[in-house]
Design a protein around this ligand. Structure first.
Ligand SMILES: [Zn+2]
Length: 414
């Protein structure tokens, strides 16, 4: 009997060590594979190392459009800030060359740091997708860096820690939206004190998350975290206590430019969610069948994630939905084009993504334990939103070129 108890105890200890070792390795060495493509050097030139350099490159491509189209307008608006007088949103407007019927608005940097990739896609779009004769009855408005603070200072959020994609609405009631699921996860999502990437809790974050997963399903956990919250001002996915200053600025420009057009189609460019190297079409759920079928025609041949699969979530205060509310007299087609980086539909990818955000936010709010922690955490954060992989960048640019070209032609044919 004694021998049996001894063997059982040893088995349990070995099992626990095996589980700990397995989750440690799977989580800490997680690295989704790059797409199988040959690197295209030409695609790399659109990626730049700072907000200022990306902005300059955008303005150069925008200026080049004068060779292909008449009446191109370039203008900019400042975003009010307490720390930086040079936070600028740039606009490039190419009016329909003959008959103003349809307007496309392509926006980048809604989540600041995602602007590196968004800017690259916009530059490529101007240089390689837009060709003379393409815009007889379609106008194009490119908006560069909706959240310039986040872009410049490598954060997803604004200066007020606000996720701009949870901050957009026509009604103040947005800020009374409740999110009870989020409150239960507060200890996991918003730890306090200086962040130490080597501490046990971070090394075994996957077990912390699995503990929550046992209580709730992955779907409800993802929904609680991602839908947005309006209570914890230093927390992740904070949608604000009021509207961020650029919302009024953007609204004014959109109202003004869209005035002559019958329909408006927005593509809001994002990175971070979804399978690595894949361009996902992720609209917030749409009820109107005509709009859904219009979007299906625009993106013919591509899968649109309408929100009926397990890995989907809905959000409050979405920017692209807001444009539809603002321009309620127009036929409006919203789309989020999201470039996956960490294969976040998988359990490990999803937990890794959240962990990167948790540590970055903790570091910004409460400080980093050491310079090494700061470097390591910021590197992982940047790689999640602006992967340095040349294969990833090649795939994203090649796919975007085809998707955007088809979309603009199909939108014209609607
Ligand atoms: Zn985003």
């Amino acid at each position: 009997m004694k021998k049996f108890i001894k063997i059982a105890a040893i088995t349990i200890v070995v099992l626990i060590i095996a589980i700990l070792g397995y989750t440690y390795i799977v989580f800490n060495f997680y690295s989704p594979t790059d797409p199988e493509v040959e690197v295209n050097e030409a695609a790399q030139k659109y990626f730049h190392k700072s907000y200022d350099k990306s902005r300059n490159a955008f303005l150069i491509q925008a200026n080049n459009l004068n060779e292909k189209f008449d009446s191109v307008q370039l203008f900019s608006r400042d975003v009010r800030s307490n720390i930086d007088d040079n936070l600028i949103i740039d606009f490039c407007y190419v009016p329909a060359q003959k008959d103003a019927k349809k307007l496309i608005i392509i926006t980048s940097g809604t989540h600041g740091v995602e602007g590196y990739v968004g800017s690259a896609v916009q530059q490529m779009f101007m240089s390689e997708v837009l060709t003379s004769g393409m815009l007889d009855d379609i106008g194009v408005l490119l908006v560069h860096s909706i959240n310039p603070f986040g872009f410049k200072y490598s954060r997803r959020v604004t200066e007020n820690n606000v996720d701009f994609n949870r901050n957009c609405d026509t009604e103040q009631s947005l800020f009374s939206s409740a999110n009870e699921g989020y409150g239960k996860l507060i200890a996991m999502l918003n730890p306090e004190g200086k962040v130490n990437s080597e501490c046990l809790k971070n090394r075994f974050f996957m077990l912390v998350a699995i503990n929550e997963l046992i209580k709730e399903s992955m779907g409800s956990l993802r929904q609680a975290i991602l839908q947005g919250q309006y209570k914890y001002t230093k927390g992740l996915y904070f949608g604000g206590l009021n509207f961020e200053p650029q919302l009024a600025t953007l609204s004014e420009v959109f109202k003004d430019i869209s005035a002559d057009y019958e329909s408006v189609f927005n593509i809001d460019l994002h990175t971070g969610y979804g399978e690595r190297g894949v361009a996902h079409l992720f609209p917030n759920p749409i009820d109107d069948e005509n709009i859904k079928s219009g979007l299906e025609n625009i993106f013919e041949g591509y899968e649109i994630n309408w929100g009926d699969s397990d890995d989907f979530y809905t959000i409050n205060g979405s920017f692209t939905d807001y444009i539809g509310k603002l321009l309620s007299d127009k036929t409006y087609y919203p789309m989020v084009l999201e470039y996956g980086t960490l294969t976040s539909q998988s359990t490990v990818g999803s937990i890794k993504s959240i962990h990167n955000m948790v540590m970055e936010n903790q570091g910004v709010q409460h400080g980093f334990k050491s310079a090494k922690d700061s470097l390591k955490i910021m590197h992982s954060f940047m790689e999640m939103y602006n992967p340095s992989s040349e294969k990833w960048r090649t795939k994203i640019m090649d796919d975007s070129k085809i998707i955007l070209k088809k979309a603009i032609i199909n939108y014209g044919d609607l």
